[in-house]
Write a new protein. Structure first.
Length: 394
């Protein structure tokens, strides 16, 4: 046995136009039953032509949604013929009223006003056809009834318009939400790729250089080879630590972090670890000079990591492309901005950041600077070498 909720859901799923058939049939049955009663004095009883006219008048409502103005014209014409035949006007008075409401619910007020005039005229003619009718009553009914139908129909039209706008806005918001989600996923993938590139490229460059050195002097200078292997061990351990921290952040949520900041949520690298970075690059065979000027002060974690990664990537490029060279890292703390520059005196072939990018390193540095409202410039120097300059607002 179907529940009322299930039946209601099935009815709601039907096309709205399909509901007009039982509506028209219902009005037809009610009109015929009313017509078979004894009419008031002065009106003819409903005979065969009257039955045909009544059926035609009410069944025309089947097409009221497809052609509302045409249906209104037909119901008014059939009702007028019904009145001219001397039949009781009340029998077919409902069909023009429903047709007028339908027009008012789907057409603009100017069109509805003309249709209301047609129904008003029909009511006046129906009142004039009975000499016993009170003209003041007929006039009042002729004004109030079409006016009320117009008001309800126009309200339904405006409500349907607002619902359509609301549905359109809801759909637009849904699409924007999906687009924002896709964009967030893409940005997160880029961020992860950038972090992986910075970690892997730098540490693997140092490991590659030290492994080559150890292989070269393995028999001739065991102490140097041993130092190179120690640097490889320390560098690989640091790389694994950063990779483990990054992957752990992707797997767990902040609620899993310890209160002491240990585990995967220990602080990310920043400018306070520049000396460690410089020592690692020196071990790779590139002399690095570190200069820090201005009043040193703590930075926001994102900006701090950005400055560190730019220095790390720039020094990695020196190891990979500019050796033999000397590198200088200058960090200037100024009242409203932080300036970081990495210069070398090698003969690298990296293209400037202003031209077409040739690798992901420069692209990643530029993206990091843009995220925190800064600028990044990179290119060959006039007197030889290469320079990377980062400026961040603080």
């Amino acid at each position: 046995m179907r529940t009322p909720e299930a039946l209601g859901a099935r009815v709601a799923a039907w096309p709205r136009a399909a509901l007009d058939v039982p509506l028209a049939v219902g009005f037809t049955v009610v009109a015929l039953l009313l017509g078979h009663e004894r009419p008031p004095e002065g009106w003819h009883a409903l005979d065969a032509p009257g039955v045909v006219g009544t059926v035609a008048t009410n069944m025309a409502l089947v097409g009221r949604r497809r052609a509302p103005i045409t249906v209104l014209a037909l119901t008014c014409a059939f009702a007028l013929l019904h009145i001219a035949g001397g039949y009781w006007p009340v029998i077919n008075a409902t069909a023009p009223m429903v047709a007028l409401y339908t027009v008012a619910s789907v057409r603009q007020p100017r069109t509805t006003a003309l249709c209301s005039t047609a129904v008003l005229t029909l009511w006046i003619l129906a009142g004039l056809s009975n000499p016993r009718s009170d003209m003041w009553t007929v006039a009042a009914q002729s004004l109030v009834t079409p006016g009320a139908l117009w008001w309800f129909g126009n309200s339904a039209r405006r409500l349907a318009g607002r619902n359509a706008q609301l549905s359109a806005v809801t759909e637009q918001l849904r699409l924007e939400k999906e687009e924002n989600a896709r964009r967030a996923v893409a940005e997160e993938r880029v961020r992860i790729a950038r972090e992986l590139h910075d970690v892997v490229a730098h540490h693997m460059s140092v490991i590659s250089v030290q492994a080559g050195l150890a292989h070269y002097v393995f028999t001739a200078d065991p102490d140097t080879a041993r130092d190179a292997l120690g640097t490889i061990s320390a560098t690989s351990g640091e790389a694994l630590e950063e990779m483990r921290r990054l992957l752990a952040v992707l797997r767990v949520g902040p609620e899993d972090a310890g209160e002491d900041g240990d585990g995967p949520y220990r602080p990310t690298p920043g400018l306070d670890r520049l000396e460690e970075l410089a020592e690692r690059v020196r071990a790779a065979g590139v002399p690095v000079e570190l200069e820090i000027t201005g009043e040193r002060r703590p930075l926001a974690p994102g900006a701090d990591l950005c400055a560190y990664r730019v220095v790390q990537e720039a020094l990695t490029n020196v190891i990979k492309h500019a050796r033999p060279a000397r590198a200088t890292v200058r960090v200037a703390f100024r009242p409203r901005r932080l300036t970081v520059s990495v210069t070398d005196d090698g003969r690298g072939t990296l293209s400037a950041i202003h031209g077409p990018p040739t690798g992901h390193g420069l692209i990643g540095m530029r993206e990091r600077a843009r995220i925190y409202g800064g600028t990044l410039a990179a290119g060959p120097r006039d007197h030889g070498g290469f320079e990377v300059r980062l400026t961040l607002p603080v």
